[in-house]
Design a protein. Structure first.
Length: 159
């Protein structure tokens, strides 16, 4: 075999092994991206659920706040101005967590579709009767277009 044929053969081997290396590298990158995405989804879910746990924990630990929460959900009109203000910010904070859920979901960072569960929670609040008045008084506490739309739908009178 002459020098030119040897060089051609080595070049062919190089291209072949180079192509295999590219395929292996792309496979490795795909695995890494998938693992990174799963980690981000888990982290987003843990962060979001942690916010709800802290929110619920504050209600459970603070007797006065718990009383306001329970009273508002059963008889919102009976709240004093001070209680109504505390309840407004309490629910505003919860809806802020819901807005974070929606942002994470829109970015593909939630491990499952969170929207149906959020809509059920909002409808549950609407069915309790207090949400319509709360929403009329506190629209400024919600900035998400999606959440605003859901609240509008849940609190609008049935046609």
């Amino acid at each position: 075999m002459d020098l030119q044929a040897t060089a051609q053969l080595l070049g062919n081997f190089g291209e072949f092994f180079g192509a295999i290396a590219v395929v292996v590298t792309l496979g490795f990158l795909a695995v890494q991206i998938r693992q990174s995405t799963r980690w981000q989804q888990t982290e987003a879910f843990n962060t979001s659920t942690g916010e709800v746990r802290r929110w619920a924990g504050r209600i459970a630990e603070n007797g006065e706040l718990n009383d306001i929460y329970v009273q508002a959900r059963s008889n919102y009109a009976s709240l004093t101005d001070q209680e109504r203000s505390r309840f407004a910010y309490l629910i505003g904070e919860l809806f802020s967590v819901y807005e974070s859920y929606l942002i994470y979901d829109d970015r593909g960072r939630m491990p499952y579709d969170i929207k149906p569960g959020l809509k059920i929670m909002i409808q549950t609040y609407a069915d309790e009767g207090w949400l319509q008045k709360w929403w009329q008084e506190n629209r400024m506490l919600v900035t998400s277009e999606t959440l605003t739309q859901w609240l509008d739908e849940a609190t609008s009178p049935a046609v």
